[in-house]
Write a protein that binds this ligand. Sequence first.
Ligand code: NAD
Length: 494
Amino acid sequence: MKTQEQWIELKNNLNIENRAYINGEYSAALSGQTIPVVNPATDEIFTEIARCQSEDVDLAVSYARQAFQSGQWSESSPAHRKAVLKQFADLIDQHQEELALLETLDTGKPISHSFSTDIPGAASSLRWYAEAIDKVYGEVAPTEKDVHAFISHQPIGVVAAVVPWNFPLWLACWKLGPALSAGNSVILKPSEKSSLTAIFLGQLASQAGLPTGVFQVVTGYGHEAGDALAKHQDVDCIAFTGSTRIAGQLMVSSGESNLKRVFAEAGGKNANIVFDDCDDLDRAAAETAAGCFYNQGEVCVAATRLLVHESIKEQFIEKVIQASKAFTPKDPMDPSSSMGALIDQDHKSKVLEYISLGESDGANVRCGGDVDGQGAFVSPTILDNVDNKMRVAQEEIFGPVLCVISFKDEAQAIEIANDSKYGLGAALWSSNINRVHRVAKQLQAGSVWVNNYNEGDMTVPFGGFKMSGNGRDKSLHAIEKFTETKTTWIRLHS
Ligand code: NAD
């Protein structure tokens, strides 16, 4: 990987494309308006992006529809789509450095993470679906002998992928992979806080051979461009990752427009339960710290609620405090940085307000808090003596704040873990195989990790119970969201 000086040199020579990508071309918003882009590590405005609104969305949707109707992509063979999408993934790999740099400048995350995790993760997500799509079969139903009923899956049409700022390109590719491979036309609406890598994808899509209009990028605010997509009569599906509040709004917009399918990957307030029979507390502490503080804690499945048995609580917190030192905030352009800046100053203020709220509700700060100076930096913060009823335990803080809650026995641990409107992820640490199965089965979460935190792979579905969303990203299950299931009945006459 490059040195810090080399990254800065690349930044100084970078020509940043900042316009929307509509109908195969980069263009400014029709209104000419823009949104400033701030580097959260320095608080400097370094570019601006197009502020698209409903008139830009109308254009993009009409081009997406035309492309879909033409059949050039939607009716092309899976083998063809596979070849093009593999090329798309290869181009992301070829531009790994520029993309990683843009991601870090936009979000404040460490350059080593952008370069080694986010961008390769994005490419491999596309490649996985490219490889999969010519291996997906339909079905024949076991009907009576004189009828033949077969079940096929057809692309749904125009898909809007609306994504957040915490893993901008990677999460976008979790949607693009299954949606494009299934034959849809996709309009990507990145967060207004992190649009640069999405914009960069436009030129790569065209170089890879995606027909014009099949992939477009509409930048802008959620309440403008995002809302216009959600209410559009000719968008067939919204694939959303973001907050639970906006997920709910999208469902209302769908109901009030054309009943477009809404699939939401939303928030989380995940319980990480450490039992007194855990046989490797050092490992559990290291993964607890990484689970909560990786990506500045801006992770939907962050291990934000530590439920620890009262008999080992003090010993375990000390270990987590030690482990959290691996996440000291530092300039994200420094390749040795493992923790960067939060997304912006507003978000930093929100995180600090939650820390104060926790204290005023009776929790104690064991370590962490504000970092003075430029940039939206907050240190890994541990709040001890949290009660699960407190707002800090119920609401998503989406920053580096760990809430420690003690429990007396297994039943109480399960009750506290499930006492949340969210149900995204949960973990438990125990060496008792009976307890492992008993507890894992009762946890209300889309992913349950046993003796690890946050294992993940493209082969497994990812998503939540309850208000953490519906549908699943990743794995072959994600393709179901982007297809309609059709049954064709044929009566056989003699
Ligand atoms: P957000 O809900 O504010 O925004 C997400 C996206 O929706 C952005 O592109 C935004 O512009 C757009 N949007 C906002 N208002 C809209 C509206 N009225 N209509 C249409 N679109 C609108 O979320 P965020 O702050 O960008 O991201 C953080 C949230 O994302 C957290 O809650 C986090 O848990 C969640 N998240 C979930 C997952 C998951 O897989 N479950 C993954 C990452 C992040």
